[in-house]
Write a protein that binds this ligand. Structure first.
Ligand code: HEM
Length: 401
């Protein structure tokens, strides 16, 4: 049987997509100086214990390998540990209440329809350009209060970040690594400068948007610093769109390549939420998260020293045969699907309800408007060129019977 990796040509480092699973769920990589965690139970353990497995991983990256690393840490929720993490997370959770997210449904539906109007009557469309990229980026830009019309700019920055996101060594740096790190750093600075200007503006001209809420918010009687507001907005802007873009593209691809499941979901839309969860497991957009050990730990039969960098491959854990029956089969009807695509524990994705809502709303409308939707056999899909992500980059679809 050909695996999806062979059919679609995904990144060669993502061996789990070739239906391979290592006998040792935790492995040291002497090339990168990192411990790779592939097992589901082991990944769950690391994500659930912030005391032993810290999210403040930048301290382990040598300054010569990432000279600007400290610039982007302050206010970056993803890199914070308790108790600071809790303060910022509580604050931001007020902006992402279930009601705030549910109220976005009509706007998400209207945007999807508007974007699809542009291809009405056409023979084909490229899913990412026409829908999967613009939809989530407009939603998150509107929430934050930055101009959604700047989205081509964000795309340019994000594409550079993704292109340069490869497994880099903590021990040695090649010339190519150096160049990639410089390019990444320049693009992050672009994003930071861009957001800083908007944050400054909100201090002068408050509005009804998330940036103003962040500027005005108080945590334990103190306001967030400029860096905290900007870096947090940065995380939201980045995490808030590229992952959902991948989710939309991946789900269409999964359905297209599984005709029985496709027919079932077309006929019964109540199956969409479970289909989205299975797509998240089968092709996990955010393939890798990082942690640093704070003490010596036993994990997956290995003894890992304190202050080690761990790469937790949630995309591999989501295909662990010890947890999932027939992990290489796309089965939206599976009854047990404890996937880790949104992480687990205190850092569980804050945007998960929004991503799920965007996925359900957009896919429903797409299937309603284009009942004959299928991939174009003449144009194979392409994937984001990074092992850290699993996501369709380009997906040409035929729209007519
Ligand atoms: C955290 C995945 C959509 C904002 C995370 C984490 C994962 C993840 C794996 C945990 C990282 C860790 O433990 O280190 C995804 C996927 C998405 C998605 C697969 C879409 C399919 C979104 C959206 C937003 C968002 C739409 C914003 C609106 C965040 C934030 C965090 C986070 C702020 C940090 C939470 C914390 O550290 O407490 N996401 N995400 N994500 N995500 Fe998402």
């Amino acid at each position: 049987m050909t695996t999806i990796a062979e059919t679609w040509g995904v990144h060669e480092a993502q061996f789990w997509l070739r239906d391979e699973f290592p006998a040792d769920p935790v492995r040291f990589d002497a090339e990168t100086g990192m411990w790779n965690v592939y097992g589901h139970a082991e990944a769950l353990k690391t994500l659930s214990d912030p005391k032993m497995f810290s999210s403040d991983t930048t301290r382990l990256i040598p300054k010569e390998i990432s000279p600007d690393k400290d610039l982007f840490v302050e206010g970056n929720l993803l890199q914070m540990d308790p108790p600071d993490h809790k303060k910022l997370r509580t604050l931001v959770s007020h902006a992402f209440t279930p009601k705030v997210v549910a109220d976005l449904e009509p706007r998400i539906a209207a945007l999807t329809n508007e974007l699809l109007d542009a291809v009405d009557g056409a023979d084909s469309m490229e899913l990412v350009t026409h829908l999967a990229y613009p939809l989530p980026v407009i939603v998150i830009a509107e929430l934050l209060g930055i101009p959604a019309s700047d989205r081509d700019l964000f795309k340019e920055w994000v594409d550079t970040l993704l292109r340069n996101s490869q497994q880099r060594s903590l021990i040695k740096q090649t010339e190519a690594d150096k160049k990639a790190a410089e390019e990444t750093s320049a693009q992050v600075k672009n994003l930071v400068n861009y957001l800083s200007e908007h944050v400054d503006d909100r201090r002068r001209n408050p509005r009804e948007d998330l940036l103003t809420k962040l500027v005005e918010a108080e945590v334990d009687g103190t306001k967030l610093t400029q860096n905290e507001v900007v870096n947090f907005a940065n995380v939201l802007l980045l995490a808030g769109h590229i992952t959902t873009t991948m989710l939309l593209g991946n789900t269409v691809l999964c359905l297209d390549s599984h005709p029985d499941e496709y027919r079932r979901v077309r006929e019964d839309r109540a199956l969409l939420p479970a289909t989205i969860e299975e797509s998240l497991r089968f092709l996990s957009p955010f393939a890798l998260v990082a942690r640093a050990t704070t003490t010596e730990v036993e994990l997956g039969g290995q003894t890992i020293p304190a202050n080690s960098m761990l790469g937790i491959w949630v995309a591999a854990a989501n295909r662990d045969p010890r947890t999932f029956t027939e992990p290489g089969v796309f089965d939206p009807a599976r009854t047990h699907n404890p996937h880790l695509a949104f992480g687990r524990g205190i850092h569980f994705c804050i945007g998960a309800p929004l991503a799920r809502l965007e996925g359900k709303t957009a896919l429903n409308i797409l299937l309603d408007r284009f009942p004959d939707l299928r991939t174009d056999p003449a144009v194979p899909p392409s994937f984001i060129p990074s092992p850290h992500m699993t996501g369709v980059n380009e997906l040409r679809l035929l729209l007519k019977p």
